[in-house]
Design a protein around this ligand. Structure first.
Ligand code: AMP
Length: 485
């Protein structure tokens, strides 16, 4: 692919009018309140309209959905008709997404942008009854947005006919590969016409993504709207040094002291997400969790409650968060740093969207220093360390909380176990939440890179049952100390 790749021209139209979109689409865009196209829209829309394959490097929040949805609607518009006959509405565009949430979001975008064009679209994802999806597919739809597993079920049971697909979109392709969807994607590809237009979007470009792009794309135009793996410039990053046992209190303090009304908080594990949401509830802060173990209905309710303001804190895991779209989310908190620095970029892609400013706060315990350094390396900038002053707990409270949490973990551990190895680092084991914070850590000590074996062995250590707990301090102090720039 590399030899054939072209880069999008630098001088691109700066208004939606100049992009050559149909009046029906311009109207819909104006109704959405968009005044000018985002950089990826400026580059991708003309390329897709010219029937080119695309390899788009774009993080969420850049407006990438409209960058493919608008031109697809335009390319299919000549086929738009109001005939009741299913035969007049074959599936012509197929969009694959990693999660149900993203599928719904993309589908809703097609509906919003395609409001004045009589093209039909539907969304297909797992975890819900197949029958309504079968009915929608049978009725005829030009645009199908789907997660790969469920779509394959429909293909196998012959309830989806993809033999007329002209345009294929792989959205968040990196995440689809991370989630193990490659075999399903390949099976789906085998059922659609080889002659088609392919659009691949990915926030990161691993070797696997490049390999897939090589196989899939034909002389693609490469569109990169932000330097590879760079976070939105509008986001302010901060790291507070907090021991593992103090994190929840620190978070509760942040929420209360700043009167935060809508905070997205990330944990590494599903059980961790549940535990934190419940802990916050006990602390009197309305919170809920969203992760892949919850049912579709539970996930939708959690998201709806968060959007409506019924809950202030939404705790999410990396995978579940991918489809969350909330306009101008002001703040994202990393309760635990991700093992893969790219996931940090994805996480904070939830804030500072489309030009609005956002804040990314990380609560970092000593054993996460190395992860923070990895993130800084990827972002090519340092994240300021700051002090978070918050009241201390009565002595012993932390111990009590810990005991309850561990009891809960014993009962609540799912079949795969909470402390799964990270997919990106199969050799690493996620730490116990308390980990080694009592090990006499000096928070003022500058960051010292630990080698992986040290990190791995430290992380897998259970808290020592006989170890005396250090009295809880009044204040969590500086992280990183005299760290040189
Ligand atoms: P996406 O990257 O597709 O998830 O889009 C991120 C957010 O930006 C969504 O909430 C869109 O509604 C919004 N958006 C997309 N295009 C524009 C635009 N041209 N101007 C303002 N907002 C936009």
């Amino acid at each position: 692919m590399t030899a054939n790749t072209a880069t999008a021209p630098q001088s691109t139209p700066t208004t939606f009018n100049a992009l050559g979109l149909l009046p029906e689409l311009l109207r819909a865009v104006a109704e959405q309140g968009y005044t000018e196209p985002t950089p990826i829209q400026r580059q991708a829309i003309p390329a897709v309209l010219a029937r080119r394959d695309i390899m788009g490097s774009a993080q969420t929040g850049t407006g990438k959905t409209a960058s493919f949805a608008l031109p697809i609607l335009q390319l299919l518009a000549p086929h738009a008709n109001t005939s009741p006959s299913p035969a007049r509405h074959p599936a012509r565009a197929l969009v694959l997404t990693p999660t149900r949430e993203l599928a719904v979001q993309v589908f809703e975008s097609f509906q919003a942008y395609g409001k004045h064009v009589p093209l039909r679209s539907t969304v297909v994802y797992g975890g819900v009854d197949m029958d309504p999806q079968i009915r929608a597919l049978h009725g005829g739809v030009e645009i199908v947005v789907a997660t790969p597993g469920r779509l394959l079920d429909h293909v196998r049971s012959r309830t989806a006919n993809l033999s007329r697909v002209e345009i294929l979109v792989l959205d968040e392709a990196d995440r689809m590969l991370d989630m193990g969807f490659l075999p399903d994607i390949k099976r789906i590809l085998a059922t659609i016409p080889a002659q088609r237009q392919n659009l691949l979007f990915s926030a990161t470009f691993s070797d696997d993504i490049r390999k897939l792009a090589d196989e899939l794309l034909n002389k693609p135009i490469l569109i990169a709207v932000a330097p590879r793996n760079t976070a939105a410039e509008t986001v302010t990053h901060k790291a507070y040094g907090v021991s593992g046992e103090d994190k929840r209190r620190a978070l509760a303090h942040l929420v209360r002291s700043r009167d935060l009304r809508q905070v997205l908080v990330f944990t590494r594990t599903r059980l961790g997400a549940n535990r934190l949401a419940r802990g916050l509830e006990r602390d009197g802060i309305d919170a809920t969790a969203i992760h892949s173990n919850r049912t579709q209905a539970e996930r939708e309710k959690a998201l709806a409650d968060f959007k409506s303001g019924a809950v202030r804190v939404l705790v999410a895991t990396d995978v579940a968060s991918r489809g969350i779209d909330i306009e101008e989310l002001p703040i994202v908190v990393n309760y635990e740093l991700p093992y893969s620095p790219e996931d940090y970029v994805h996480r904070i892609g939830r804030t500072g969207r489309a030009g609005s400013s956002g804040e990314a706060i990380s609560l970092v315990e000593p054993e996460e220093y190395k992860l923070l350094a990895d993130i800084e390396r990827l972002l090519k900038r340092s994240i300021p360390r700051e002090v978070l002053a918050f009241g201390g707990a009565a002595p012993g409270r932390g111990v009590h909380t810990e005991t309850r949490a561990r009891a809960h973990e014993r009962h609540g551990r799912d079949q795969r176990g909470e402390r799964r190895a990270s997919p990106a680092h199969p050799h690493r084991v996620a730490p116990a939440s308390k980990a080694v914070a009592d090990d006499g850590f000096d928070f003022n000590k500058p960051y010292e890179p630990a080698n992986d074996s040290t990190v791995a062995s430290t992380r897998s250590a259970e808290p020592h049952p006989g170890r005396k707990r250090r009295p809880t301090r009044e204040t969590a102090v500086l992280l990183g100390g005299t760290r040189s720039k």
